[in-house]
Design a binder for this molecule. Structure first.
Ligand code: GLP
Length: 241
């Protein structure tokens, strides 16, 4: 595990963007696993700048996103497909058909999970997986539970996640109760995992995840076992280091 402690969110974003840029520069056809949430937004902004300056080319890149709310259309402003288009894909020279997000409107959830898992395999797995972390240690929407779930699955969101994510909706009732998420296997098989973490409210879960025991009760703790895991965080989130 490599840890970079940065002064603030902007520096964290710059560092993370440079790591992703290096990956894409070295391998134009990289498969990037991508994340939503406020943590990676600054990273996407830096990557957009690099792309608009012609310092970075996404024309051959493939992306697979971690997760999507069940029941939200791609046009819904809180869907993760909308988030990705709005914060990243619409502003870079990536081919729309090379970007993948689970289909929140799929008629058959089981088939959708199977399709997404097969898609990740058919792309040859993930070169670099970008992650944020939930307040309860979730990665993607792999919520705390009795086991680490290996494959793409549909999950009932915990009350704490619904509570944390209600800020994006008009009221808590509108937060979907279920979501699709990539499983732990595809994340752990990524050739590099890069987590961005910011703010003092994430300090405790970061400490539990990376200094505590490896347990499915803290899903991010499994990253301690990854042989190429990079944690980029600001001083507030990594104050325990
Ligand atoms: C959501 C996403 C996660 C993300 C988390 C934290 O629950 N499914 O992938 O890491 O939010 O978001 P934020 O970075 O806004 O704290």
């Amino acid at each position: 595990m490599r840890i970079y402690k940065t002064s603030d969110y902007n520096e964290m974003s710059r560092k993370a963007a440079h790591i992703i840029a290096a990956q894409v520069t070295l391998k134009g056809q990289s498969v990037l696993g991508l994340a939503t949430g406020s943590s990676p937004v600054g990273t996407y902004k830096r990557l957009i700048e690099l792309n608009s300056n012609k310092d970075l080319n996404f024309s051959e890149v493939f992306t697979v996103n971690l997760d999507e709310y069940k029941g939200l259309t791609p046009e819904h402003e809180q869907s993760y497909r909308y988030f990705m288009n709005d914060n990243f894909f619409n502003h870079i020279n990536i081919k729309a058909e090379n970007t993948h997000v689970p289909d929140g409107m799929a008629e058959n959830p089981e088939l959708e999970c199977k399709r997404y898992e097969e898609l990740i395999c058919s792309l040859g797995g993930i070169d670099l997986q970008l992650l944020g972390i939930g307040h309860n240690g979730h990665i993607g929407f792999n919520e705390p539970g009795a086991d680490f779930v290996p494959c793409t699955h549909c999950i009932s969101l915990t009350e704490s996640t619904i509570e944390a994510n209600k800020r994006f909706f008009d009221d808590v009732e509108q937060v979907p109760r279920e979501a699709y998420t990539m499983g732990i296997k595809a994340i752990m098989q990524a050739r590099c995992v890069l987590m961005v973490i910011s703010g003092k409210e994430k300090a405790l879960i970061a400490k539990e995840s990376f200094l505590g025991p490896i347990t499915p009760q803290v899903p991010a703790s499994i990253l301690q076992l990854h042989n190429n895991f990079i944690l980029v965080g600001d001083e507030a989130a990594l104050s325990w280091l």
